[in-house]
Design a protein around this ligand. Structure first.
Ligand code: GRF
Length: 208
């Protein structure tokens, strides 16, 4: 059997995407991935509670305990190394890593963004798209590069904005799609079915 990819999930908030990853991928002998660590920058992140409930080790690294962003990044990398993580999954992690960190994990960090990039990058993708009045928005899974929400796109899924849509109903629709597309895409990465050549990312087959 294929050796398991050791994944660290980084989350700052509720962790509903973490939960989808744990439910769909973790602990399944058929799937070559295990979540070895959940790391947060916030003590109170509910993601930590979800991880503990699943028996996954947790660690908090707080920016305020580090003099510079580079020191914070180095501490995160040291914790990832301690747990042997070889795939970094950002799931609502509200920090931007500096170039050195991103280069170290090149091709091994993924992120999910709740809009169709390159539209509506940043921390409020759902609300920004809603306020703009778009008829279609969606979800993007991408590799992380040195920019903010600029890395090569692995998967996207469109979500219609209905005429009487409220921001809350759009958020619910986006999150439901996220919880499908993120585990499915991470599984493809773990199974070695994702190839990258510059910005040309291909996902081979459906399942191994
Ligand atoms: C998600 O909408 C994700 O796309 C964005 O942050 C949110 C995290 O939600 N990057 P959760 O903590 O996974 O519930």
């Amino acid at each position: 059997m294929q050796p398991k990819v050791k994944a660290a999930v980084l989350a700052s908030g509720s962790g509903s995407n973490l939960q989808a990853i744990l439910d769909e991928l973790h602990g399944d002998p058929e799937i070559p991935l295990e979540v070895v660590l959940v790391l947060s920058d916030v003590n109170s992140a509910y993601a930590l509670t979800r991880a503990a409930a699943a028996g996954v080790p947790t660690q908090v690294v707080r920016p305020r305990d580090h003099a510079t962003r580079e020191e914070f990044d180095r501490e995160v990398a040291a914790v990832l190394d301690q747990h042997g993580a070889d795939l970094v999954i950002l799931a609502g992690f509200m920090r931007v890593f500096r170039a050195e960190f991103v280069r170290r994990y090149a091709g091994r960090i993924v992120n999910i963004h709740p809009a169709l990039l390159p539209s509506f990058p940043g921390a409020h993708g759902i609300r920004d798209a809603f306020d703009y009045g778009v008829k279609v928005t969606g979800v993007t899974v991408h590799f992380v590069d040195e920019g903010v929400d600029t890395g090569p796109v692995i998967a996207q899924c469109a979500v219609a904005v209905d005429p009487d849509e409220s921001l809350a109903s759009l958020e619910a629709k986006i999150h439901a799609v996220e919880h499908e597309i993120y585990p499915e895409t991470i599984r493809a990465v773990a199974e070695g079915r994702v190839t990258v050549a510059g910005r040309d990312v291909r996902v081979l087959g459906r399942r191994s």
